[in-house]
Write a protein that binds this ligand. Sequence first.
Ligand SMILES: Nc1ncnc2c1ncn2[C@@H]1O[C@H](COP(=O)(O)OP(=O)(O)O)[C@@H](O)[C@H]1O
Ligand SMILES: [Mg+2]
Length: 209
Amino acid sequence: MSIVVLGAIDLKKRFKVPGQRPLEVLRGVNFSVRPGEKVAIVGRSGAGKSTLLNILGGLERPTSGTVTRPANIGFVFQRYHLMPELTVLENVLLPTMAAVHQADGPRTRRATDLLERVGLGGRLKHLPSELSGGEMQRVALARALVTEPELVLADEPTGNLDALTGSEILRVLQDLSVGSSVSLVLVTHSPEAAAICDRILTLENGVLK
Ligand SMILES: Nc1ncnc2c1ncn2[C@@H]1O[C@H](COP(=O)(O)OP(=O)(O)O)[C@@H](O)[C@H]1O
Ligand SMILES: [Mg+2]
């Protein structure tokens, strides 16, 4: 096992804005995450947290700098991003579909087991529109973990939820990750969410401190 599961070296991101100075969102971000480590990234709205997480996850390109990370990662978004026409079980199975050689039995068992662990064992055939926000985010957590990733990236996973539901999601996230070797990078506004992590970093003026 490598010492570092995720490494970012001198990441910079500049957005060109027509008729204005370019927006320098990231000005040289350096950091690394060890296997099993849980890191929170906090910072005000507009600080560049989502931009950073998207670059770490390979969803956006940096202007310069490098990211090293495992191929197998899970992603959790503030707005769940479930496929509306797929059932709960199908949504969780979706990330496993690229592995064509994998038998259906084991992946369906793992998806069902994760849905039971997030408290949705009785909702396998529901559609996302038949669930509450908190339930949709539980599905998204199960989906993020179904491929047994080394690293999960979560962008304000409680940001759309009321305080109590948000706390429940954090408890589920903690239950799923405690005692497991999965690493977590959690972008959050919430001190309560940051407190479940081993380390808290602040993104400010384009750098992490
Ligand atoms: N595609 C884009 N083009 C131009 N500006 C962008 C783009 N994406 C984000 N930004 C700007 O970059 C800044 C950081 O955005 P974001 O990463 O979403 O911040 P946060 O997640 O911390 O609220 C904001 O000022 C936002 O308006
Ligand atoms: Mg954001």
